[in-house]
Design a protein around this ligand. Sequence first.
Ligand code: SF4
Length: 440
Amino acid sequence: MSVKPRAAVLTMGCKVNQFESAAMAESLRAAGYEVAGGPSGADLLVLNTCTVTQKADQEALSLLRRLRRAAPGARLVVTGCLAEADPELLAAAGLADLVLGQADKDRLVSRLAAWLDGAERPAAAPPALEVTAPLSERTRAFYKIQDGCSAGCAYCAVPRARGPSRSLEPDRVLAGLRSYLGRGVAEVVLCGIHLGRWGWDLTPSLKLAELLHIMDGELELEAAACRLRLSSLEPLEVDDELLAAFEMYDWLAPHFHLPLQSGSDRVLELMGRPYRRADFRRLAENINRVWPLAALGTDVMAGFPGETEADFQATLELLADLPFSYYHIFPYSPRPGTPAAARPGQVPEHLKRRRAEALKKADQAARMNFARRNWGTAQTGLVENRPHQASGRLKVLTGNSLSALLPPGLKIAPGRLIQVTLASPANPWGLLEASEHQIN
Ligand code: SF4
């Protein structure tokens, strides 16, 4: 192959996908491709898909259609969870020029080289864990340290798309983090598909809390002015040792994302989720007692097969009782090949929609209450790369995941961690104001 096409990598879905897209873009750049920030002008488009819901599948197909229309001459390469779990759907839609499985993300350059030279269709191969921390001009990076899932939630197609749980060894995690620190990244989000099970598959097996202790011993996170945030953790995996690590280390952002899915024990049982309502309540209340201003986010599913109105009300009640700062809401959609897809008691679409709407209202109220609880508090904020579009003002992201606008005209280099005091929104965008600041 002589002249390399101008490429762009587009991402759908979770933080793990965002990490993998950054890694793919980096590998293309290192191989001499010009990598554009968006699809405009690119003649090789790599779409990293998600398949968590039916809506995610439809959004992938509709994005592919739009890309095809906008750039009829561009080659479309599709990878990610949808490509792995349901390549037949992509083939039937006839929108992708090349479909690559998850494992091909790690060897994208050689797969593309073979395909562009000789139209080779790559064979499936077992998934691997990418070690390299992708270069990024961003001040914040997602770092995948675990992939796959060995749990069997009845609604979830992710284990099929990503294979069993596997962890990056501690020395490789440290190497990746050192590389981010060396490049001045101010926040690293440790992510995985089942992050709370990091280390269970290693020999000897380890726990996430132990990894945090290793990091503290080996890295100068505070001196480097870098904070770490943990992405989603399954409730039963947030044990006393992990909570103790949050108490010990100031470099850990006070942010807990714990997927609840349902507040009804009956539905949790049907879902194959291993905790119960009382477990979740105990954990959320413990966290709130120690960190009253920590971000406490969750995922909630509306309309799982068999969910009655009473089950749904039990969910709403639990949500209202606990100090959540936000919810992510997912109307249930059957994923091919999952146990729940074939079950009786599928909830009609209009009921799912109604329940999801009720959850959205509850989410807005939770976000507002959480912002109010933070008025007048001092927080550490990360100055973001891009200013707020409408006002041109710089923004900060606090450790407890709130966005706030810095005073107009203030000039601070992106990527700095600064002390701010949060104040009520006094702007047309409803964003918190970050007044007074002090550079660390
Ligand atoms: S824990 Fe359950 S919901 Fe999460 S990825 Fe694994 S199977 Fe899916």
